[in-house]
Design a protein around this ligand. Structure first.
Ligand SMILES: Nc1ncnc2c1ncn2[C@@H]1O[C@H](COP(=O)(O)OP(=O)(O)OP(=O)(O)O)[C@@H](O)[C@H]1O
Ligand SMILES: O=P(O)(O)OC[C@@]1(O)O[C@H](CO)[C@@H](O)[C@@H]1O
Length: 317
């Protein structure tokens, strides 16, 4: 069983425009609403691939009700803890070449009673060998330790803990020793306070985390693919070139695919391969894309030992 937790989920609204003009009234060519938030997306992707998963989230107001309705419609097992504050709604504006402008609301901090209900719901669903994924931002004013506290409770229950968050919540999580962390390059750079221009820089930064804490790092690099670093080595993987529709949620598809490869197929390298295959399918899907199983092509993913690929300048740097 995999349980995902998103403390600041969102109802994701995607609008497609011909080209984004600041200060103009524009007509959308297309609009789409998805349940969103990083842990929610990880669960949507795993559920679409038949992996036993439950997603735990706070839900409030009409946006929360719409998010939950989307999970029901998609058949995603969930525990929605009722909260006082309205669930945020985030907006993505997508142009035909895939350029995406995203505006995320800050969200509202959860009360300690709401947090306890969420933690209790997670711990009730996991046991030894299961995974708990804590993912997404926390609202301004929320204690940065919240994900670390859930991670510690998960570990005490015998589960593994994966984290995908940013800023102070990521820093606090790292000190609590997760089993797996999935930053993107900017998040890694920010939390370590170092510039990461080349693949070599990223390998070195991930290595530092692995050596200090014994964890596994999957660092996503946008169009440059992703890097896996663990106690056994470092591998860089890239997917085939695809027509980019929308990159929102690509990192979540990467993490979901990684957990699928690790837990169903058996190794971290399998995880890197399926993670990149799922992420590639997600970027080719409109909206906050869930990679459809029939669009996932793990055989098209190219993986090399990172030692052989070092000093490559990152396209996205
Ligand atoms: N433009 C792109 N072309 C091809 N693949 C991409 C592109 N952008 C992202 N990907 C794939 O998606 C994965 C995750 O992307 P990215 O690094 O943008 O994650 P992220 O910043 O965590 O995303 P998000 O927070 O929106 O979920 C990459 O490792 C790569 O495999
Ligand atoms: O504001 P956060 O929590 O950092 O990110 C939230 C979010 O951008 O992440 C998902 C994509 O990864 C979207 O579904 C959602 O809108």
């Amino acid at each position: 069983m995999i349980a995902t937790v998103t403390l600041n989920p969102s109802l994701d609204r995607t609008l497609r425009v011909q080209s984004l003009e600041r200060g103009e009234v524009q007509r959308a060519l297309y609009n789409h609403t998805d349940p969103g938030g990083k842990g929610v997306n990880v669960a949507r992707a795993l559920s679409a691939h038949g992996v036993p998963v439950v997603t735990v989230l706070p839900a409030g107001g009409t946006t929360g009700a719409s998010l939950v309705a989307g999970l029901v419609e998609a058949g995603v097992d969930h525990v929605a803890v009722p909260v006082q504050s309205r669930t945020r709604a985030n907006v993505s504006i997508v142009e035909p070449d895939g350029t995406t402008t995203k505006i995320n609301e800050p969200g509202v901090p959860l009360t300690s009673r709401e947090l306890k209900a969420i933690t209790d719901a997670v711990i009730a669903r996991v046991g030894p060998g299961d995974w708990v994924v804590t993912a997404g931002s926390i609202a301004p004013g929320q204690d940065p330790e919240v994900y670390a506290a859930i991670g510690r409770a998960a570990r005490a229950a015998g589960a593994h803990w994966a984290v995908d968050t940013s800023g102070v919540a990521l820093a606090a999580s790292l000190t609590a020793r997760p089993d797996l962390v999935k930053p993107n390059r900017e998040e890694l750079s920010e939390v370590l306070g170092v510039e990461l221009r080349t693949l070599d820089d990223v390998v070195e930064a991930c290595d530092g985390l692995v050596n200090g804490n014994g964890l596994t790092v999957v660092c996503s690099l946008g169009p440059d693919g992703a890097l896996l670093v663990d106690r056994h080595g470092a591998w860089h993987g890239t997917g085939p070139r695809v027509q980019v529709e929308n990159t929102v949620g690509a990192g979540d598809a990467l993490l979901a695919g990684f957990l699928y490869g690790l837990t169903v197929e058996g190794s971290a390298q399998d995880g890197l391969r399926s993670g990149i295959a799922w992420a590639t399918a997600a970027v080719a899907t409109p909206g906050t894309g869930v990679p459809a199983p029939d669009r996932v092509r793990p055989d098209d993913v190219h993986i090399t030992e990172a030692a052989a690929a070092t000093l490559t300048h990152l396209e996205s740097a």
